[in-house]
Write a protein of this length. Structure first.
Length: 329
């Protein structure tokens, strides 16, 4: 049981991170796309499409942080100081973005300020998340406050996350928008897919070049055969998105979500069993058994409620957004 408990909790942590990336990723992507739209009605539609769910999406960021702190305090103590600056910038961006939801529809003269806060906050938050990801994969988490995470690899990961979130946002708007905005997103999604796949390929090739251990994990025999389904399924998901972007309603978003999920699987495969890459394993950083039981009981009690609330909120606000009515239909 002492070996299984940390694995169960790290699975919960990985699931919480993936849910955050998918759910908050698309509404950050909508905010990034907001920069390219100038029609006030289309901007209203874009904000209305995420307004009912954006704050619930960020629940998973909190959930992941709590599981990391409670279940793996040694890893938390190493990771957090190493990425203080990008994490603080991310949180500030999310705060400004959240305030924009409340003030934009109630202001006239200062509306441009809240437009900038919404779009800029989305862009900065997404980029900072990529910086943290790149620094984490690059092994710069060492428990010290530094700028080691500000590397070419981390910066490119920041750009890649921005591109990926923009793809998620476009696929979300295919589901939620109508008319000219929907048509533009359908034309844009295949282009974003190609750019996202190029960025994913560069990161996937750069990562093993950056780490000999990861290269051995993916390209040694028989791993190269056993792990081949991950890139193959990613290619199939990309093909699914490409074929449905012009006609599908839900399929493009599901395909984009599958690409992100497979990317998460690939990351987990690359780093297993380390929670701090190549420094601290899951079992080395795990809390005492009593704390692990307490955390797991909390997950069992509260996770179903959060999942149910999330599913209910998306069901209630399903359908297309009509900006002129300020509601769903």
């Amino acid at each position: 049981m002492e070996d299984i408990m940390p694995v169960l909790l790290i699975g919960v942590l990985a699931a919480a991170i993936l849910l955050y990336v998918l759910l908050d990723g698309f509404d950050l992507g909508v905010g990034i796309l907001y920069l390219s739209e100038h029609d006030p009605a289309d901007r209203d539609t874009m904000m209305l499409s995420v307004a009912p769910v954006w704050d619930g999406n960020e629940t998973w960021l909190v959930a992941g942080s709590v599981v990391l702190l409670a279940g793996f305090p040694a890893a938390y103590a190493v990771i957090l100081p190493a990425f203080y600056l990008p994490l603080i910038l991310m949180l500030l961006a999310l705060i400004f973005r959240g305030v924009a939801f409340e003030f934009r529809f109630k202001s006239n003269r200062s509306r441009v300020v809240w437009d900038i806060a919404f779009a800029g906050g989305s862009l900065v938050a997404a980029f900072c998340q990529g910086l943290v990801l790149g620094g984490y994969i690059g092994g710069t988490a060492d428990g010290e406050v530094s700028f080691e995470w500000l590397s070419p690899f981390a910066i490119f990961c920041g750009v890649a996350v921005v591109i990926g979130y923009t793809l998620l946002g476009a696929c979300w708007l295919i589901m939620k928008a109508e008319g000219a905005l929907e048509a533009r997103m359908r034309r844009l999604a295949p282009r974003l897919l190609l750019i996202s796949l190029a960025a994913l390929a560069i990161v996937s090739l750069w990562t093993p070049l950056h780490s000999q251990r990861i290269a051995e994990r993916w390209f040694s025999w028989p791993n190269i055969v056993l792990l081949a389904p991950v890139p193959l399924m990613t290619a199939l998901a990309a093909l699914w998105l490409w074929r449905t972007a012009r006609t599908g309603t839900y399929a493009p978003f599901l395909a984009a979500a599958l690409i992100f999920a497979l990317g998460t699987v690939g990351l987990c495969v690359s780093l297993w069993p380390y929670v701090v890459p190549f420094r601290v394993t899951i079992w080395d950083s795990a809390a005492p058994m009593l704390s692990l039981w307490f955390s797991l009981i909390g997950v069992v009690l509260f996770l179903p409620a959060v999942l149910a609330y999330t599913a209910w909120s998306y069901w209630v606000f399903r359908g297309k957004v009509r900006a002129d009515a300020g509601a769903y239909h």
